[in-house]
Write a protein that binds this ligand. Structure first.
Ligand code: SAM
Length: 334
């Protein structure tokens, strides 16, 4: 399959721009080439966002091919539905509000299992970060929210203002890999109540040397966002369920943006567990639900990073669902 540099083309030949103000889909050509095994198939974009990857998939599929999008953010669903109105009206695209941690249940209700492929493009969209009132950005003043689904669940305000010093410290270590977690947790407790992202950013700045401010802010905001959205737990649930919803020979593509995500994706797609331990049958054959297509994660080329700095940290892993019957030695014929 060939593509020109930034745009794709609809099946009728009309060009379509995938990067929009809402979000620029990272590594979209690799997604199209690596995820589609049947152009007439059903593909799930479980992190729909602004619908950039979904648009690229729809354009690359045959007219009978379909994309089902999932997002927990109602704003993302509205943006993607609007953008993909023609595909929706043609019955090729549907958008569902939900958590990809409930993948199996969501797809079961749609009656589409088994599907041909699942995409997980993790984290938050540029739009979510750009909207100050969503509270994801340490560069803007906004409420301490950080919920991907603003209609439900724990907020960053609750974490920052109600968690104990020890809980905060553990969260910063675990989800931000932040070595100054004790000082930062202590500073947060001392500064309470903290009402806005800008106030939290000031507290963090005051707790670390100036040269490390930006990296620390990024790590602490990441840690709180991961806690608020249960991101790693939901990722594990989605990966485990993908095994039951993708047909043998179908594929999964996971784009991660930091090592906590990538480690989980790597271990699961390589070994079928999150401990990263090979499991073998009586004959010594590796039992794993997936066959990696690329052992090393794919990274964005320099020109993509230049156009979209967010692509710098992206790592893409693609794997193919094995046929369970392939495990073990061939059955001897009588
Ligand atoms: C990086 S953006 C995806 C952008 C999309 N690929 C595009 O081209 O516009 C990640 C999206 O996944 C959504 N998301 C993250 N975790 C989710 C979860 N557990 N369930 C459903 N959606 C989730 C976020 O709300 C966000 O819109």
């Amino acid at each position: 399959m060939t593509h020109d540099d930034d745009n794709g083309a609809r099946p009728d030949g009309a060009p379509r721009q995938y990067a929009t103000e809402y979000h620029a889909p990272v590594l979209w050509k690799h997604i199209v080439d690596g995820l589609i095994t049947d152009p007439d198939g059903v593909y799930v974009d479980a992190t729909l966002g602004g619908g950039g990857h979904a648009a690229a998939l729809l354009d690359a599929l045959a007219p009978a091919g379909r994309v089902l999008g999932i997002d927990r953010d109602p704003e993302a669903l509205a943006a993607a539905r609007d953008r993909l109105r023609d595909d929706r009206e043609a019955g090729r695209f549907r958008a569902l509000h939900g958590n990809f941690g409930d993948l199996q249940q969501l797809l079961d209700a749609e009656g589409v299992i088994p599907v041909d492929g699942v995409l997980l493009d993790l984290g938050v969209s540029s739009h979510q970060i750009d909207e100050a009132e969503r509270g994801f950005s340490f560069q803007q003043e906004g409420p301490l929210d950080m919920r991907m689904n603003p209609r439900a669940g724990l907020t960053a305000h609750q974490v920052v203002n109600a968690w104990s010093e020890d809980e905060l410290k553990q969260a910063l270590y675990r989800y931000g890999e932040e070595r100054r977690a004790p000082q930062i947790a202590r500073a947060i407790i001392a500064a309470r109540p903290i009402e806005t992202t800008a106030a939290l950013a000031d507290v963090i700045r005051g707790a670390v040397p100036e040269r490390d401010e930006v990296k620390t802010l990024a790590r602490v905001f990441q840690a709180i966002r991961i806690v608020v959205n249960g991101e790693l737990e939901e990722l594990e649930r989605a990966l485990e369920q993908a095994e039951s919803v993708v047909r043998p020979g179908g594929r999964i593509a996971v784009i991660s943006y930091h090592s906590l995500e990538d480690r989980r994706a790597k271990r699961y797609l390589r070994y079928g567990n999150f401990e990263g331990e090979p499991v073998r049958d009586l004959y010594g054959t590796l039992i794993a639900p997936w066959q990696e297509i690329n052992r090393k994660p794919l990274r964005a080329a320099e020109d993509e990073v230049e156009a979209n700095p967010r692509a710098r940290s992206a790592r893409l892993r693609i794997a193919e669902r094995r046929d369970d019957a392939d495990a073990g030695p061939p059955v001897p014929t009588p």
